[in-house]
Design a protein around this ligand. Structure first.
Ligand code: CP
Length: 320
């Protein structure tokens, strides 16, 4: 595997899950695969889970790890061609990327949507430059539009906890004070569409996800109706994707607190498990009662980030 971006990159999902559970059972089984190989993790944005779980995954495989916070200690990077670099940016991404590639075997990159230009974000302008110029396999650690390591971990979690063969999984928008990217819901929709689940998306009007990711998934604008009989509730905020309201791309167009997931919402489900990728704003996205209930899977999901990353790095090491 040279690029890990979309669900298709992992191939057959049942095989990927089998490999995930094999690794979960013995996470050091491939501890010699990464000997003398270096994994470089580049962060343009903050992280807790991705940073720690991916480092742990690389260490499980015996790799060396280099982590760079671009905004803390590196030269400030220009990303646009043609710019006269007479400002505060000392280095261009077009030199920085191949230099980074010189020092490692595999690169992971986190670079969120900038919300300046929808096309730039949805064309994955930054990550595509890493793919083109690093000369290394590149895995996405949350880009402008996708977060596949998270979705793979979510799928592993659903597989572990499901109580029937084809569970009903609901992705629900929930309120948040700040404008958040669409990467998590985009990827979650893409992975759930590929998995054997009954998938429903619910959000206020104006929050329609890009058709490239939401595909033919059922969209239900009545949140309580969507929750009826659900086995898993996956809550997440996202800003306006600009599909039905192009001028509002990246903006907060609703803070409707009636969408906060509370015990009243959960009561109409099939005793559903609650999921969220974290970090989560309590009593905006979800109430204390719901996130602290025995049916909350937020910690097992985070734990499975180590497993999804180990599978992805293993596949990349095998293709070197
Ligand atoms: N879920 C997730 O990606 O968490 P971090 O932003 O802390 O890495």
């Amino acid at each position: 595997m040279r690029v890990f971006q979309h669900v298709q990159d992992i191939g057959d999902l049942s095989l990927a899950l089998k490999e995930a559970f094999e690794i979960k059972n013995d996470r050091f089984k491939y501890q010699y695969l990464g000997k003398n190989k270096t994994c470089m993790l580049i962060f343009f944005n903050n992280s807790l889970r991705t940073r720690l779980s991916t480092q742990k995954a690389a260490m499980n495989l015996g790799m060396n790890v280099i982590v760079l916070d671009v905004n803390q200690g590196a030269w400030k990077l220009e990303t646009e061609r043609g710019v006269i670099m007479d400002g505060d940016k000392s280095e261009h991404l077009l030199e920085a990327i191949p230099v980074m590639g010189c020092y490692c075997d595999i690169i992971g990159v986190r670079s969120f949507a900038r919300f300046e230009n929808r096309n730039d974000d949805y064309e994955e302008k930054i990550l595509n430059q890493f793919i083109k110029y690093s000369g290394r396999p590149v895995f996405f650690m949350e880009s402008a539009t996708v977060h596949p390591l998270q979705s793979f971990a979510d799928l592993i979690t659903i597989e572990e906890y499901k109580r029937n063969a084809r569970p009903k999984v609901v992705l629900s928008w929930a309120p948040h004070p700040k404008a958040l990217p669409q990467a998590v819901p985009n990827s979650f929709a893409q992975w759930m569409n590929a998995a054997d689940v009954d998938f429903v998306v619910t959000h206020p009007e104006g929050y329609e996800l890009d058709p490239k990711f939401v595909g033919d998934a059922k969209v239900e604008y009545d949140q309580m109706k969507a929750f009826e009989g659900a086995d898993f509730i996956y809550a997440k905020n996202w800003s306006c994707p600009g599909v039905t309201r192009p001028d509002d791309y990246g903006k907060v167009i609703s803070k409707d607190m009636s969408w906060t997931v509370d015990t009243k919402h959960m009561a109409v489900t099939n005793n559903a498990f609650f999921m969220h990728c974290l970090p989560v704003r309590r009593n905006m996205i979800v109430t204390d009662d719901v996130i602290e209930a025995p049916t909350s899977l937020v910690i097992p999901e985070a734990a499975n980030r180590e497993i999804s990353a180990t599978v992805v790095l293993k596949r990349m090491l095998e293709s070197l």
